[in-house]
Write a new protein. Structure first.
Length: 76
């Protein structure tokens, strides 16, 4: 192990950067799995935001339709 990293006790694939004090995962496949989970979480958040936007658009359109129906019923 170089002078730049110290092994993390109890974790074979983790090291601590002595300069930044950050933890670094040296297991590439674990890192790739982690990044895939992060990306999936971001995509899920995007899907939720898009669904909320679509719902808000539908609500606005329904309010507009409701107003037009009221105008027709009242004979305006």
């Amino acid at each position: 192990m170089s002078d730049k990293y110290l092994k993390v006790e109890g974790h074979t694939s983790l090291v601590r950067d002595v300069y930044s004090n950050g933890i670094v995962n040296t297991n590439i496949s674990e890192y790739q799995q982690y990044m895939a989970r992060v990306k999936a979480r971001e995509q899920q958040g995007d899907q939720i935001r898009n669904a909320v936007k679509e719902i808000n658009t539908l609500k606005a359109e329904l309010r507009e339709i409701k107003g037009l129906i009221k105008e027709l019923v009242n004979g305006s």
